[in-house]
Design a binder for this molecule. Structure first.
Ligand code: GLP
Length: 261
């Protein structure tokens, strides 16, 4: 894992966007794994600005989103499909239909999940997966206790996640769906490069486990310690509980800029 501690969200956005821009230069039809949530917003904002300036194009790129609530009506503003369209897809130049996501209204959810996995494989697999992390250490919606080898499937959300996400449902935890479809930990592990973003002190404990804790289903993100190419982009607050923070800072400072992440 490469740990990069940056001064603020803007610096995180720029470095994350650099990684995607470099990938698209090498591989214009790259497959991106897209996460919703506040963590990746700085990257999306930066990519939208670069796209508007003509410096980056996603015209041949494809995308797969990580997760979706089960049962929300298609026009509900908080379906992850609508959130990712609003936050990112509609602001860049993806071709129509280039970004797919789990269908939270599928009649046969296990069948849909198998088809979603097959579609990702047929696209050649995810080249770069953007991730956030929940305060309980979940990635995607792989809650504590998730199988470390899981693939796309239905999951029950924890009370903690529903409380955390109630802010998007006018503070009403009962309005937050109880179930979701999420790519599994095994699915996420299949991506070639994972870029995980965490900011703020409320993520510090999850980040500590993610980077320095024992690999355990209790902190699902820890499976990423077994991935050969993970970059963790943090602000100082999210990095505040890392025992080796000084070492990570020193290592990144000494890295030649041309290497990127
Ligand atoms: C949700 C999403 C995750 C996201 C997490 C953190 O539960 N399913 O994909 O990473 O929340 O969200 P945020 O980035 O807003 O803190």
């Amino acid at each position: 894992m490469e740990i990069v501690v940056l001064p603020d969200g803007q610096a995180i956005g720029a470095l994350g966007a650099d990684a995607i821009a470099n990938l698209l230069q090498r591989k214009p039809d790259a497959v991106l794994g897209l996460a919703t949530g506040s963590s990746p917003l700085a990257i999306y904002d930066e990519l939208a600005a670069r796209c508007a300036a003509g410096a980056v194009t996603l015209g041949r790129a494809r995308g797969f989103t990580l997760d979706e609530y089960v049962g929300l009506p298609a026009d509900h503003p908080e379906t992850y499909r609508n959130v990712i369209d609003r936050d990112f897809v509609s602001r860049v130049d993806f071709a129509p239909g280039a970004v797919r996501g789990p269908d939270g209204l599928a009649a046969d959810i296990p069948k849909f999940c198998a088809e979603y996995e097959a579609a990702m494989a047929q696209a050649g697999g995810v080249d770069l997966q953007i991730l956030g992390i929940g305060t309980d250490g979940h990635i995607g919606f792989n809650e504590p206790g998730s199988s470390l080898a899981s693939r796309t499937r239905i999951k029950t959300l924890t009370r903690q996640t529903r409380v955390d996400n109630a802010r998007f449902f006018e503070g009403d935890v009962d309005a937050v769906p109880t179930h979701c479809i999420t790519q599994g930990l095994g699915t996420i592990m299949s991506a070639r490069h994972v870029v995980l973003v965490a900011t703020g002190s409320q993520k510090a404990e999850a980040v500590h486990h993610l980077v320095e804790g024992a690999v355990s289903a209790l902190w699902p993100g820890t499976i990423l310690q077994h991935h050969p190419h993970v970059t963790v982009l943090l602000d100082g607050a999210a990095a505040s509980r890392l025992q080796l923070a000084d070492y990570y800072r020193e290592t990144y400072r000494a890295k030649p800029a041309w290497q990127g992440i």
